[in-house]
Design a protein around this ligand. Structure first.
Ligand code: FMN
Length: 438
């Protein structure tokens, strides 16, 4: 029997115009209303996915990149994923939902209270995708810290958030209807935190979680500091790396070492690799798609350049395509995984145009050169990484739009279930429990 794995969905565009740039948009769903997301979330739950992670960036971008970021709606607009989350809980029973929260911007007291509220509203299904990006700092009048300092701040933020969640001791809530005593105030911890980045007093004005069942912590950072943060704090790591057995094993070993360095059991972290399959009906169609992508038209290349600019949060549209890429253009906060995914293993002298063409080119999943395959080929690939790389699972990346969700999952779910790779039911209460089901 194949290894059972966890699956999730990374709503990588964020709470913005779903389906835009594709004919899917002509279905006419309103992206700024909850129904399209509720419909998609129901499908994810039915498919047996454990969680949905909602990307976010707080800023529409720096002044000089505003048109680049809004003209194709790739970087902005974005609405607040925290406020969408209760609508998704209302539409589902088991699916975990992890909106992104920026540890530099959301004051820890406010974040602890909002996520405590969501944990109660969602019956223990909320997670926090903790990010450290500083590029939106100017909207909040706070200093733009460097990469490592922003992780130092996130570490302190996380410790304070947890302390707030635990600021009501066991037995503090009485709910005694004989004496009408709701809670025992002597069991609340009015601690004073005076740290390097935050100064605040407890306790939190929210009731504690049954069994100390905190919201699930998710992290996407892939640098040494990012992995150390995951080792210390995370329940789920959103991993971006090449999907080969060696690379998955190596990434897992780094996270496990980081967890062990913090005295944690490495199995406590579920590592989900980002995966965007393109499933087609036949091997002939695989060949057609792969061959058809070998020579992108200028318009196609332009879209790749815009997308990569948004993903790396760096305006690549003005660079000379005939010169090699100088990676110094990327600021220190840009995901190393995203840079690697553009640069790949190319010779440093490769002209930028070639990197973009390579990004546009599709490859076959069957030979490891890409992610296009028939459903059986995609299932073989997922099964192999589970069995040979001890992989915990995958997170599909795409819009939270019914067309995208169905295109990715409709044919795949039955095959994965038959092979015993994908769950067909959920166990105990909430996201943490589901992650520990196997
Ligand atoms: C798969 C993935 C998802 C991410 N999602 C977000 C996000 O939603 N919001 C955000 O501000 N940054 C996001 N990031 C960026 C990371 O939070 C982080 O800022 C970046 O990876 C730099 O950290 P690192 O040097 O540790 O990789 C994401 C990165 C990856 C690889």
């Amino acid at each position: 029997m194949a290894r059972l794995q966890h699956f999730g969905w990374f709503f990588g565009r964020g709470f913005g115009p779903q389906g835009w740039l594709r004919d899917d948009y002509l279905w006419g769903h309103r992206w700024d209303r909850p129904a399209v997301y509720q419909q998609s979330a129901k499908a994810l739950e039915q498919a047996g996915l454990d969680l949905l992670i909602i990307e976010d960036s707080l800023s529409p971008g720096p002044a000089e990149q505003l048109d680049l970021r809004v003209r194709s709606a790739l970087g902005a607009p974005k609405l607040d994923p925290l406020l969408l989350t209760p609508y998704l809980f209302a539409a589902t029973e088991h699916l975990g939902v992890a909106p992104t929260v920026n540890a530099g911007v959301h004051p820890p007291y406010l974040a602890a209270r909002q996520f405590a509220t969501l944990q109660h509203l969602g019956d223990y299904r909320v997670g926090l995708n903790v990010v450290t990006d500083v590029k939106g700092s100017r909207h909040f009048g706070i200093p733009e810290l460097d990469h490592d300092a922003s992780y130092d701040r996130a570490e302190e933020w996380m410790q304070v958030v947890r302390r707030l969640w635990h600021s009501w001791a066991d037995g503090a809530v009485l709910e005694d209807t004989e004496s009408w005593r709701f809670a025992d105030g002597t069991k609340l911890d009015a601690f004073q935190h005076r740290g390097e980045y935050f100064s605040l007093d407890g306790p939190l004005n929210a009731t504690p979680f049954d069994g100390g069942d905190d919201p699930v912590i998710v992290s996407p950072g892939g640098s040494g500091r990012g992995l150390a943060f995951a080792g210390h704090n995370s329940d789920v790591q959103l991993a971006l790396a090449p999907l080969t057995v060696e690379s998955v094993r190596a990434y897992r070993a780094r996270i496990h070492a980081a967890a062990e360095a913090e005295g944690r059991d490495p199995r406590a972290i579920t590592i989900l690799f980002v995966f965007t399959p393109e499933i087609v009906a036949s091997r002939e169609e695989v060949d057609r798609l792969v061959e058809g992508s070998a020579h992108p038209a200028d318009r196609d290349l332009q879209e790749v350049i815009e997308r990569q600019s948004i993903i790396t949060e760096t305006d690549l549209t003005r660079l000379d395509l005939d010169r090699p890429l100088d990676v110094a253009v990327f600021g220190q906060h840009v995901s190393q995984g995203s840079i690697k995914s553009l640069v790949g293993s190319a010779d440093p002298a490769t002209p930028l145009r070639e990197l973009f063409r390579a990004k546009y080119r599709k490859g076959r999943i069957s030979d490891g050169s890409g992610s296009v395959g028939t459903v059986e080929q995609v299932a073989d690939f997922l099964e192999e990484l589970g069995d040979d790389a001890d992989n915990d699972g995958f997170i599909f990346n795409g819009d939270l739009h019914p067309s995208t969700v169905h295109r990715t999952l409709d044919a795949l779910v039955p095959v994965l279930r038959r092979r015993g790779i994908l769950r067909s039911s959920f166990g105990g209460r909430g996201l943490r429990s589901h992650l520990n089901d196997f």
